[in-house]
Design a protein around this ligand. Structure first.
Ligand code: PEP
Ligand code: MG
Length: 326
């Protein structure tokens, strides 16, 4: 199998009927970087910057942040990299962060963009490090756990101020800056067109989005097998997002665990996703599926089945049957 996947690395990333789908990888530390060429990923769709903070015993200094980001871009050799601003809080705690508060519901609490907008010094330092590391190259930056569009506007103000500051000191700035939002909180589903217009790209964080749509703790093993990520309601949510992206010409990608399982990746592509990001080990199996996928047929399958009243057979079983028949 490994041999088959290695061979596939050289093949174009297209469906059987020739539609291109970008397979990107998730990463977070320098040790992940060799996987870029080993997996054949088209780039890094999610760089989890908080991992550097989580393995440290104090806040990483600005220079250390900048050095890591530069190493990531150097290793990517021109392939696109999307950096996510620190996503701490929730299940990701920093023992040395003295400002942390005890919360009854950390998943719904002071985390990610909520926390960094309240501690703008953290965000400012990180953004400055990213801007410097990306001098002369493109910077793609995304914000985790966005709930309201005003959070994007506030982050943009901080970014703009840092850009102005660096240009005043004649720093080498990024050639372009693309700002994206992660779609992880259901409130955004009811303002999709506004969201698509407010950003350069959207990335669905399906781990958190599923947790909040189904009201099920993503880390609770008692419930892990109870609700299905390929159930019709959740697939309809994902289709709504893909459609809104297409309608507004805003690139949409998905970077949760869902992207890494061939059957789920197949569903995503059938729903309209043309870019997905996964753990590097999943790229081979997903690409093997992709190159065998008759996309037109899958689109017709969804047209007939996705919005139809449930007939008793779960969507997962129908999708599995579709895959087995081909
Ligand atoms: C997600 O929520 O799907 C995601 C990609 O972010 P994380 O798993 O880091 O919360
Ligand atoms: Mg998340």
């Amino acid at each position: 199998r490994q041999e088959v996947y290695r061979e596939l690395r050289k093949k174009p990333s297209v469906t059987k009927d020739g539609v291109q789908v970008d397979l990107l990888m998730n990463a977070g530390l320098a040790v992940d970087l060799p996987q870029l060429s080993e997996s054949g990923a088209a780039g890094i769709g999610l760089f989890r910057t908080e991992l550097q903070f989580m393995v440290a015993s104090t806040f990483p200094r600005a220079e250390a942040q900048e050095r890591l980001y530069r190493d990531v871009l150097d290793a990517a050799r021109g392939k696109p990299v999307t950096f996510r601003t620190i996503d701490i809080g929730g299940d990701k705690v920093l023992p040395y962060f003295k400002g942390a508060v005890q919360e009854e519901n950390p998943a719904l609490g002071w985390r990610a963009i909520r926390l960094t907008l309240d501690r703008p010094g953290l965000l400012r330092t990180q953004i400055r490090a990213l801007l410097k590391a990306c001098g002369g190259r493109e910077l793609k930056l995304m914000l985790p756990m966005v709930t309201e569009l005003s959070e994007i506007a506030q982050a943009r103000e901080i970014i703009d101020r840092e850009v102005r500051h660096l240009s005043r000191f004649a720093h080498h700035l990024p050639t372009s800056l693309k700002l994206g939002a992660m779609l992880e909180v259901p409130s955004l589903l009811f303002q999709l067109d506004e969201l698509m217009k407010a950003v350069d790209f959207v990335s669905v964080g399906s781990n958190d989005l599923f947790q909040f749509i189904m009201a099920v703790d993503r880390g609770n093993t008692q419930l892990a097998d109870r609700f299905d990520t390929l159930s019709a309601p959740f697939l309809r949510v994902l289709k709504t997002i893909a459609d809104a992206g297409a309608r507004n010409h805003t690139p949409v990608t998905l970077c949760g665990e869902l992207a890494g399982k061939p059957i789920s990746a197949m569903a995503l592509i059938g729903l309209g996703f043309r870019s997905i990001s996964m753990s590097p080990a999943s790229i081979g199996p997903v690409k093997a599926m992709l190159t065998e996928l008759p996309l037109k047929e899958l689109e017709a399958f969804f047209k007939d089945n996705l919005m139809a009243p449930a007939q008793g057979t779960p969507m997962r079983a129908l999708l599995q049957a579709f895959a087995d028949d081909r």
